[in-house]
Design a protein around this ligand. Structure first.
Ligand code: NDP
Ligand code: GDR
Length: 355
Protein backbone atom coordinates (compact mmCIF):
# COMPACT_ATOMS: atom_id res chain seq x y z
CA UNK A 1 0.00 0.00 0.00
CA UNK A 2 1.31 3.46 -0.88
CA UNK A 3 1.82 5.58 2.23
CA UNK A 4 -0.26 8.76 2.30
CA UNK A 5 1.88 11.86 1.95
CA UNK A 6 1.06 14.39 4.65
CA UNK A 7 2.74 17.77 4.78
CA UNK A 8 2.78 20.21 7.66
CA UNK A 9 3.67 23.76 6.61
CA UNK A 10 4.45 26.41 9.20
CA UNK A 11 4.14 29.93 7.78
CA UNK A 12 1.48 28.76 5.32
CA UNK A 13 -0.07 32.25 5.17
CA UNK A 14 3.19 33.77 3.89
CA UNK A 15 4.44 34.10 0.33
CA UNK A 16 6.28 30.77 0.18
CA UNK A 17 3.70 28.93 2.26
CA UNK A 18 0.99 29.83 -0.23
CA UNK A 19 2.97 28.65 -3.27
CA UNK A 20 4.16 25.50 -1.50
CA UNK A 21 0.72 24.51 -0.23
CA UNK A 22 -0.66 24.84 -3.75
CA UNK A 23 2.17 22.76 -5.22
CA UNK A 24 1.79 19.97 -2.64
CA UNK A 25 -1.99 19.83 -3.05
CA UNK A 26 -1.47 19.49 -6.81
CA UNK A 27 0.88 16.59 -6.08
CA UNK A 28 -1.82 14.84 -4.05
CA UNK A 29 -0.53 15.58 -0.55
CA UNK A 30 -2.81 16.11 2.37
CA UNK A 31 -1.66 19.51 3.59
CA UNK A 32 -1.86 20.98 7.09
CA UNK A 33 -0.92 24.61 7.58
CA UNK A 34 -0.17 26.56 10.74
CA UNK A 35 -1.64 30.04 10.89
CA UNK A 36 -1.39 32.65 13.60
CA UNK A 37 -4.32 34.20 15.32
CA UNK A 38 -4.71 37.74 13.99
CA UNK A 39 -7.24 40.50 14.63
CA UNK A 40 -7.80 40.73 10.88
CA UNK A 41 -7.88 38.16 8.07
CA UNK A 42 -4.40 36.86 7.29
CA UNK A 43 -5.31 34.12 4.83
CA UNK A 44 -5.55 36.27 1.69
CA UNK A 45 -2.71 34.43 -0.06
CA UNK A 46 -4.31 31.02 0.40
CA UNK A 47 -7.87 31.97 -0.49
CA UNK A 48 -7.65 30.02 -3.75
CA UNK A 49 -6.93 26.72 -2.00
CA UNK A 50 -8.94 27.27 1.18
CA UNK A 51 -11.37 24.44 1.98
CA UNK A 52 -14.44 24.79 4.12
CA UNK A 53 -13.56 23.03 7.40
CA UNK A 54 -17.07 21.57 7.47
CA UNK A 55 -16.49 19.32 4.49
CA UNK A 56 -15.56 15.75 5.26
CA UNK A 57 -11.95 14.61 4.88
CA UNK A 58 -10.48 17.89 3.60
CA UNK A 59 -7.16 17.87 1.71
CA UNK A 60 -6.14 21.22 3.20
CA UNK A 61 -6.56 22.06 6.89
CA UNK A 62 -5.49 25.09 8.88
CA UNK A 63 -4.47 24.98 12.55
CA UNK A 64 -3.94 27.91 14.86
CA UNK A 65 -0.37 27.99 16.10
CA UNK A 66 2.72 29.94 16.93
CA UNK A 67 6.39 29.09 16.75
CA UNK A 68 6.88 30.52 20.23
CA UNK A 69 4.53 27.98 21.86
CA UNK A 70 6.03 24.50 22.37
CA UNK A 71 2.82 22.94 23.66
CA UNK A 72 0.97 24.06 20.57
CA UNK A 73 3.66 22.80 18.21
CA UNK A 74 3.84 19.39 19.84
CA UNK A 75 0.06 19.05 19.71
CA UNK A 76 -0.18 20.00 16.04
CA UNK A 77 2.58 17.58 15.05
CA UNK A 78 0.93 14.86 17.15
CA UNK A 79 -2.51 15.45 15.62
CA UNK A 80 -1.39 15.75 12.01
CA UNK A 81 1.36 13.06 11.95
CA UNK A 82 3.10 14.57 8.92
CA UNK A 83 5.52 12.72 6.67
CA UNK A 84 7.15 16.02 5.69
CA UNK A 85 7.46 19.21 7.73
CA UNK A 86 8.29 22.47 5.97
CA UNK A 87 9.36 25.06 8.52
CA UNK A 88 8.70 28.34 6.75
CA UNK A 89 7.35 30.36 9.68
CA UNK A 90 9.56 33.24 10.74
CA UNK A 91 9.73 36.89 11.61
CA UNK A 92 11.26 37.27 8.18
CA UNK A 93 11.90 41.01 7.90
CA UNK A 94 15.59 41.85 8.36
CA UNK A 95 15.09 45.50 9.35
CA UNK A 96 12.28 44.64 11.77
CA UNK A 97 14.61 42.13 13.46
CA UNK A 98 16.71 45.06 14.70
CA UNK A 99 13.57 46.37 16.43
CA UNK A 100 12.41 42.98 17.75
CA UNK A 101 15.60 40.94 18.22
CA UNK A 102 14.42 38.78 21.11
CA UNK A 103 11.13 37.88 19.48
CA UNK A 104 12.93 37.14 16.21
CA UNK A 105 15.32 34.77 18.01
CA UNK A 106 12.43 33.10 19.79
CA UNK A 107 10.36 32.49 16.64
CA UNK A 108 13.14 31.88 14.10
CA UNK A 109 15.83 30.11 16.15
CA UNK A 110 14.11 28.45 19.12
CA UNK A 111 10.97 27.90 17.05
CA UNK A 112 12.98 25.63 14.77
CA UNK A 113 14.34 23.75 17.79
CA UNK A 114 10.79 23.34 19.13
CA UNK A 115 9.66 21.66 15.92
CA UNK A 116 12.66 19.32 15.83
CA UNK A 117 12.13 18.44 19.48
CA UNK A 118 8.45 17.75 18.79
CA UNK A 119 9.55 15.19 16.21
CA UNK A 120 11.83 13.56 18.78
CA UNK A 121 9.31 13.60 21.61
CA UNK A 122 6.78 11.94 19.31
CA UNK A 123 9.29 9.37 18.02
CA UNK A 124 9.06 10.63 14.42
CA UNK A 125 12.79 10.78 13.64
CA UNK A 126 12.49 8.06 11.01
CA UNK A 127 8.98 8.69 9.71
CA UNK A 128 9.04 12.39 8.98
CA UNK A 129 11.35 14.59 6.91
CA UNK A 130 12.18 18.19 7.77
CA UNK A 131 12.81 21.24 5.60
CA UNK A 132 14.29 24.39 7.10
CA UNK A 133 13.91 27.78 5.41
CA UNK A 134 17.51 28.91 5.64
CA UNK A 135 18.65 32.03 3.91
CA UNK A 136 21.35 33.80 1.93
CA UNK A 137 21.34 36.37 4.78
CA UNK A 138 23.60 33.85 6.56
CA UNK A 139 26.41 34.96 4.23
CA UNK A 140 26.02 38.59 5.31
CA UNK A 141 29.34 40.36 5.07
CA UNK A 142 30.90 39.26 1.81
CA UNK A 143 33.45 36.46 2.26
CA UNK A 144 33.29 35.02 -1.25
CA UNK A 145 31.31 35.51 -4.47
CA UNK A 146 29.31 33.80 -5.74
CA UNK A 147 28.13 32.35 -2.44
CA UNK A 148 27.74 28.57 -2.30
CA UNK A 149 27.13 25.86 0.33
CA UNK A 150 30.79 25.99 1.47
CA UNK A 151 31.03 29.79 1.81
CA UNK A 152 31.57 30.83 5.46
CA UNK A 153 28.65 32.52 7.20
CA UNK A 154 28.85 36.05 8.66
CA UNK A 155 25.36 37.13 9.80
CA UNK A 156 24.67 40.87 9.82
CA UNK A 157 21.33 41.14 11.64
CA UNK A 158 19.42 39.60 14.55
CA UNK A 159 17.36 37.83 11.87
CA UNK A 160 20.43 36.29 10.27
CA UNK A 161 21.92 35.35 13.66
CA UNK A 162 18.66 33.59 14.59
CA UNK A 163 18.62 31.78 11.24
CA UNK A 164 22.25 30.77 11.84
CA UNK A 165 21.19 28.93 15.00
CA UNK A 166 18.33 27.31 13.10
CA UNK A 167 20.68 26.22 10.30
CA UNK A 168 23.10 24.53 12.70
CA UNK A 169 20.48 22.91 14.92
CA UNK A 170 19.06 21.30 11.77
CA UNK A 171 22.52 20.00 10.83
CA UNK A 172 23.05 18.81 14.39
CA UNK A 173 19.73 16.94 14.63
CA UNK A 174 20.47 15.31 11.29
CA UNK A 175 23.85 14.09 12.54
CA UNK A 176 22.81 13.30 16.13
CA UNK A 177 19.47 11.58 15.55
CA UNK A 178 19.52 10.60 11.89
CA UNK A 179 16.58 12.87 11.02
CA UNK A 180 16.09 13.50 7.29
CA UNK A 181 16.52 17.26 7.76
CA UNK A 182 17.68 19.65 5.03
CA UNK A 183 18.48 23.34 4.84
CA UNK A 184 17.45 25.22 1.73
CA UNK A 185 19.75 28.25 1.63
CA UNK A 186 17.46 30.34 -0.51
CA UNK A 187 18.46 33.63 -2.04
CA UNK A 188 15.82 36.35 -2.29
CA UNK A 189 12.71 35.22 -4.10
CA UNK A 190 9.78 37.41 -4.91
CA UNK A 191 6.39 37.29 -6.60
CA UNK A 192 3.10 39.16 -6.76
CA UNK A 193 2.44 37.56 -3.34
CA UNK A 194 5.56 39.11 -1.77
CA UNK A 195 4.99 40.96 1.50
CA UNK A 196 4.37 44.67 0.87
CA UNK A 197 7.30 45.91 2.98
CA UNK A 198 10.06 43.96 1.21
CA UNK A 199 11.85 46.18 -1.24
CA UNK A 200 10.70 44.67 -4.57
CA UNK A 201 7.02 44.73 -3.69
CA UNK A 202 7.30 48.15 -2.07
CA UNK A 203 8.75 49.37 -5.37
CA UNK A 204 6.26 47.65 -7.70
CA UNK A 205 3.29 48.81 -5.63
CA UNK A 206 4.59 52.37 -5.60
CA UNK A 207 5.35 52.36 -9.33
CA UNK A 208 1.79 51.18 -9.99
CA UNK A 209 0.23 53.66 -7.56
CA UNK A 210 2.28 56.65 -8.77
CA UNK A 211 1.48 55.88 -12.40
CA UNK A 212 -2.22 55.86 -11.51
CA UNK A 213 -1.89 59.18 -9.65
CA UNK A 214 -2.60 57.51 -6.31
CA UNK A 215 0.75 58.08 -4.59
CA UNK A 216 3.12 61.08 -4.73
CA UNK A 217 6.48 59.60 -3.93
CA UNK A 218 8.39 56.47 -2.95
CA UNK A 219 10.89 56.62 -0.06
CA UNK A 220 13.62 53.98 -0.02
CA UNK A 221 16.81 53.17 1.87
CA UNK A 222 20.03 51.77 0.39
CA UNK A 223 19.67 51.88 -3.40
CA UNK A 224 23.12 50.38 -3.89
CA UNK A 225 22.36 46.99 -2.27
CA UNK A 226 22.55 44.07 -4.71
CA UNK A 227 20.33 41.04 -4.53
CA UNK A 228 20.01 37.76 -6.41
CA UNK A 229 16.25 37.82 -7.10
CA UNK A 230 14.32 34.78 -8.33
CA UNK A 231 10.65 33.74 -8.51
CA UNK A 232 9.10 32.21 -5.37
CA UNK A 233 7.03 29.70 -7.36
CA UNK A 234 10.20 28.11 -8.70
CA UNK A 235 11.95 28.12 -5.30
CA UNK A 236 9.21 26.16 -3.50
CA UNK A 237 9.64 23.43 -6.12
CA UNK A 238 13.28 23.31 -5.03
CA UNK A 239 12.17 22.84 -1.40
CA UNK A 240 10.05 19.88 -2.39
CA UNK A 241 12.86 18.35 -4.45
CA UNK A 242 15.19 18.49 -1.43
CA UNK A 243 12.67 16.48 0.57
CA UNK A 244 12.45 13.79 -2.13
CA UNK A 245 16.16 12.91 -2.00
CA UNK A 246 17.28 9.67 -0.32
CA UNK A 247 19.84 11.60 1.71
CA UNK A 248 19.25 14.92 3.46
CA UNK A 249 21.60 17.76 2.59
CA UNK A 250 21.91 21.55 2.35
CA UNK A 251 21.40 23.39 -0.95
CA UNK A 252 21.69 26.90 -2.30
CA UNK A 253 18.85 28.04 -4.58
CA UNK A 254 19.67 31.18 -6.56
CA UNK A 255 19.70 32.59 -10.08
CA UNK A 256 23.43 33.41 -10.21
CA UNK A 257 22.71 37.01 -11.27
CA UNK A 258 22.59 40.07 -9.06
CA UNK A 259 20.74 43.38 -9.50
CA UNK A 260 21.01 46.70 -7.71
CA UNK A 261 17.92 47.98 -5.93
CA UNK A 262 18.28 51.14 -8.07
CA UNK A 263 17.99 49.09 -11.26
CA UNK A 264 14.91 47.29 -9.99
CA UNK A 265 13.34 50.72 -9.35
CA UNK A 266 14.09 51.81 -12.93
CA UNK A 267 12.61 48.59 -14.36
CA UNK A 268 9.44 48.79 -12.28
CA UNK A 269 8.81 52.44 -13.11
CA UNK A 270 9.50 51.83 -16.80
CA UNK A 271 6.95 49.00 -16.73
CA UNK A 272 4.47 51.44 -15.22
CA UNK A 273 5.21 53.88 -18.05
CA UNK A 274 7.56 56.22 -16.14
CA UNK A 275 11.16 56.87 -17.22
CA UNK A 276 13.30 57.83 -14.23
CA UNK A 277 16.61 59.61 -14.03
CA UNK A 278 18.72 59.97 -10.88
CA UNK A 279 20.14 63.16 -9.38
CA UNK A 280 22.45 63.49 -6.39
CA UNK A 281 24.33 60.59 -4.85
CA UNK A 282 24.27 58.40 -1.74
CA UNK A 283 21.95 59.72 0.94
CA UNK A 284 20.96 62.62 -1.32
CA UNK A 285 19.86 60.42 -4.18
CA UNK A 286 16.56 61.36 -5.79
CA UNK A 287 14.77 59.87 -8.77
CA UNK A 288 13.08 62.35 -11.10
CA UNK A 289 10.49 61.63 -13.69
CA UNK A 290 12.15 62.36 -17.02
CA UNK A 291 9.15 64.09 -18.60
CA UNK A 292 7.84 66.23 -15.75
CA UNK A 293 11.02 66.81 -13.72
CA UNK A 294 9.08 65.86 -10.58
CA UNK A 295 10.91 63.87 -7.88
CA UNK A 296 9.17 60.51 -7.51
CA UNK A 297 11.75 58.51 -5.54
CA UNK A 298 13.78 59.72 -2.60
CA UNK A 299 16.29 58.14 -0.27
CA UNK A 300 15.20 58.23 3.37
CA UNK A 301 17.97 57.18 5.78
CA UNK A 302 15.31 55.80 8.12
CA UNK A 303 15.37 52.70 5.91
CA UNK A 304 19.13 52.22 6.28
CA UNK A 305 20.04 49.22 8.40
CA UNK A 306 22.52 49.38 11.29
CA UNK A 307 24.53 46.71 9.47
CA UNK A 308 23.77 45.99 5.82
CA UNK A 309 24.26 43.05 3.49
CA UNK A 310 25.59 44.78 0.37
CA UNK A 311 26.01 41.98 -2.15
CA UNK A 312 24.35 38.62 -2.64
CA UNK A 313 24.90 36.40 -5.62
CA UNK A 314 24.38 32.67 -5.37
CA UNK A 315 25.84 29.63 -7.04
CA UNK A 316 23.14 26.96 -7.32
CA UNK A 317 25.22 24.41 -9.23
CA UNK A 318 24.87 21.78 -6.49
CA UNK A 319 21.07 22.03 -6.70
CA UNK A 320 21.29 21.84 -10.50
CA UNK A 321 23.47 18.74 -10.39
CA UNK A 322 21.80 16.83 -7.53
CA UNK A 323 18.18 18.02 -7.72
CA UNK A 324 17.93 18.98 -11.37
CA UNK A 325 16.71 22.39 -10.18
CA UNK A 326 17.31 25.63 -12.05
CA UNK A 327 15.55 28.97 -12.01
CA UNK A 328 13.51 30.08 -15.02
CA UNK A 329 12.37 33.64 -14.39
CA UNK A 330 14.87 36.52 -14.54
CA UNK A 331 14.75 39.49 -12.18
CA UNK A 332 13.70 41.66 -15.13
CA UNK A 333 10.73 39.38 -15.90
CA UNK A 334 9.86 39.25 -12.21
CA UNK A 335 9.68 43.06 -12.01
CA UNK A 336 7.30 43.14 -14.99
CA UNK A 337 5.03 40.44 -13.56
CA UNK A 338 4.86 42.17 -10.19
CA UNK A 339 4.09 45.60 -11.68
CA UNK A 340 1.43 44.08 -13.93
CA UNK A 341 -0.27 42.41 -10.95
CA UNK A 342 0.00 45.51 -8.76
CA UNK A 343 -1.54 47.66 -11.49
CA UNK A 344 -4.45 45.22 -11.60
CA UNK A 345 -4.90 45.31 -7.81
CA UNK A 346 -4.52 49.11 -7.59
CA UNK A 347 -7.13 49.76 -10.24
CA UNK A 348 -9.70 48.01 -8.05
CA UNK A 349 -8.72 48.73 -4.45
CA UNK A 350 -7.69 51.61 -2.17
CA UNK A 351 -4.04 51.83 -1.06
CA UNK A 352 -3.14 50.89 2.49
CA UNK A 353 -0.98 53.52 4.19
CA UNK A 354 2.40 52.70 5.77
CA UNK A 355 5.56 50.96 4.62
P1 NDP B 1 6.66 35.75 4.88
O1 NDP B 1 7.07 36.83 5.81
O2 NDP B 1 5.84 36.07 3.69
O3 NDP B 1 5.88 34.62 5.71
C1 NDP B 1 6.26 34.26 6.99
C2 NDP B 1 5.22 33.34 7.56
O4 NDP B 1 5.57 33.01 8.91
C3 NDP B 1 3.81 33.95 7.63
O5 NDP B 1 2.88 32.93 7.40
C4 NDP B 1 3.73 34.42 9.07
O6 NDP B 1 2.42 34.54 9.55
C5 NDP B 1 4.45 33.28 9.75
N1 NDP B 1 4.93 33.59 11.09
C6 NDP B 1 5.68 34.64 11.48
N2 NDP B 1 5.94 34.56 12.80
C7 NDP B 1 5.32 33.45 13.25
C8 NDP B 1 5.21 32.83 14.51
N3 NDP B 1 5.76 33.35 15.60
N4 NDP B 1 4.50 31.68 14.62
C9 NDP B 1 3.90 31.14 13.52
N5 NDP B 1 3.97 31.68 12.29
C10 NDP B 1 4.68 32.82 12.16
O7 NDP B 1 8.01 35.01 4.44
P2 NDP B 1 8.35 34.22 3.08
O8 NDP B 1 7.20 33.40 2.69
O9 NDP B 1 8.94 35.17 2.13
O10 NDP B 1 9.54 33.30 3.59
C11 NDP B 1 9.29 31.99 4.13
C12 NDP B 1 10.49 31.57 4.96
O11 NDP B 1 11.66 31.56 4.16
C13 NDP B 1 10.81 32.48 6.14
O12 NDP B 1 11.30 31.66 7.18
C14 NDP B 1 11.92 33.37 5.63
O13 NDP B 1 12.73 33.83 6.69
C15 NDP B 1 12.66 32.40 4.72
N6 NDP B 1 13.35 32.96 3.58
C16 NDP B 1 12.69 33.77 2.70
C17 NDP B 1 13.33 34.23 1.57
C18 NDP B 1 12.64 35.11 0.59
O14 NDP B 1 13.34 35.74 -0.22
N7 NDP B 1 11.32 35.18 0.58
C19 NDP B 1 14.72 33.84 1.28
C20 NDP B 1 15.30 32.95 2.26
C21 NDP B 1 14.63 32.53 3.35
P3 NDP B 1 1.53 35.86 9.26
O15 NDP B 1 1.02 35.70 7.85
O16 NDP B 1 0.50 35.79 10.30
O17 NDP B 1 2.45 37.04 9.38
P1 GDR C 1 16.25 41.27 2.51
O1 GDR C 1 15.00 41.87 1.70
O2 GDR C 1 16.67 42.13 3.62
O3 GDR C 1 17.28 40.90 1.47
O4 GDR C 1 15.60 39.96 3.15
P2 GDR C 1 14.42 43.33 1.57
O5 GDR C 1 13.58 43.32 0.35
O6 GDR C 1 13.82 43.80 2.84
O7 GDR C 1 15.74 44.23 1.31
C1 GDR C 1 16.57 44.03 0.18
C2 GDR C 1 17.57 45.17 0.10
O8 GDR C 1 16.88 46.37 -0.25
C3 GDR C 1 17.37 47.42 0.57
N1 GDR C 1 16.34 48.46 0.68
C4 GDR C 1 15.14 48.35 1.29
N2 GDR C 1 14.54 47.29 1.87
C5 GDR C 1 13.29 47.49 2.37
N3 GDR C 1 12.65 46.43 2.93
N4 GDR C 1 12.65 48.68 2.32
C6 GDR C 1 13.24 49.78 1.75
O9 GDR C 1 12.67 50.85 1.71
C7 GDR C 1 14.54 49.60 1.20
N5 GDR C 1 15.39 50.42 0.53
C8 GDR C 1 16.47 49.73 0.23
C9 GDR C 1 17.68 46.74 1.91
O10 GDR C 1 18.53 47.56 2.69
C10 GDR C 1 18.32 45.45 1.41
O11 GDR C 1 19.68 45.66 1.14
C11 GDR C 1 14.75 39.12 2.39
C12 GDR C 1 13.75 38.47 3.36
O12 GDR C 1 12.79 37.77 2.62
C13 GDR C 1 14.46 37.52 4.30
O13 GDR C 1 13.50 36.80 5.08
C14 GDR C 1 15.27 36.53 3.47
O14 GDR C 1 15.99 35.66 4.34
C15 GDR C 1 16.23 37.26 2.55
O15 GDR C 1 15.48 38.12 1.71
C16 GDR C 1 17.02 36.31 1.66
Amino acid sequence: MVQERIALITGVTGQDGAYLAKLLLEKGYRVHGVKRRSSSFNTGRIEGIYEDPHIENPQFTLHYGDMTDSTNIIRIVQETRPTEIYNLAAQSHVQVSFETPEYTANADAIGTLRLLEAMRILGMEKTCRFYQASTSELYGLVQEVPQRETTPFYPRSPYAAAKLYAYWIVVNYREAYGIHASNGILFNHESPLRGETFVTRKITRAAAAISLGRQEKLYLGNLGAKRDWGHAREYVRGMWLMMQQDTPDDYVLATGKTTEVRTFVEWAFADAGIELEWRGSGEEEKGYCRQTGKCLVEVDPRYFRPTEVELLIGDASKAAEKLGWTHETSARELASEMVREDLKIMRDAPIAKGN
